[in-house]
Design a protein around this ligand. Structure first.
Ligand SMILES: CC(C)(COP(=O)(O)OP(=O)(O)OC[C@H]1O[C@@H](n2cnc3c(N)ncnc32)[C@H](O)[C@@H]1OP(=O)(O)O)[C@@H](O)C(=O)NCCC(=O)NCCS
Length: 173
């Protein structure tokens, strides 16, 4: 079993259904019944299938821009990390997340970010950050601040993560 990279615009109708079925089995969010993302479509994905071709594991990676005191940052945003309930405990998440991180490094991306549980992602080197995050409310036409207690960052270089306000261009992920 090898992790397979998927560029999201190439996802077929069949694969779309497979991904949504896996996401529905792993998360409670009802929106996965009709879309293969939570708030925003990730551009990159990695999947694992078993010998019979059944989809067992998935990770999505957003290519995000964030505004910060250090200027605009390009970061990877991991999302929809999941493994089929019957396939857990076999290191599949570790393999897919590791593959996504290798790709980020090769792309010259300085940070991976995610909104997730620190007991899971701490072991990959992610550190919770207490930046206030700001999202643009398109209807109101204003930036709105929001706290994200599960926001975590993994640096790939010696660069330090900026303090203070972070502007999230686009929706959360
Ligand atoms: C979380 C999830 C992806 C783990 O998948 P998995 O294939 O069982 O994970 P792995 O076997 O690769 O485990 C890798 C490491 O994470 C640890 N781990 C796995 N699930 C964990 C959990 N829920 N809490 C804490 N640690 C966990 C494992 O002990 C292992 O540690 P080690 O490498 O130091 O021994 C899977 O349980 C899942 O899909 N859950 C539902 C969706 C979800 O919650 N996704 C995460 C959103 S934040």
């Amino acid at each position: 079993m090898k992790p397979l990279y998927i560029y999201d615009p190439t996802v077929s109708q069949v694969l779309d259904v497979e991904i949504r079925e896996l996401l529905c089995q792993c998360f409670k969010d009802a929106r996965f019944r009709y879309q293969r993302f939570n708030y925003e479509l990730p551009v990159h994905r990695w999947i694992l299938r078993n010998g019979e071709g059944k989809l067992l594991a998935h990770v999505g990676v957003h290519d995000k821009r964030l505004g910060s005191e250090k200027g605009e940052l390009r970061v990877a945003g991991l999302a929809e990390v999941c493994v089929h309930p019957e396939a857990r405990g076999n290191g599949y998440m570790r393999r897919l997340v590791g593959e996504a991180h290798r790709w980020c490094r090769a792309q010259g991306i300085d940070f991976a970010t995610l909104f997730g549980k620190s007991e899971i992602y701490g072991r990959f080197g992610y550190v919770p950050q207490n930046n206030q995050l700001e999202l643009f409310d398109v209807e109101a036409g204003v930036w709105k601040q929001k706290s994200f207690p599960h926001f975590q960052v993994l640096p790939f270089s010696a660069q330090s993560w900026p303090r203070g306000l972070i502007q999230l261009f686009g929706p959360e992920y």
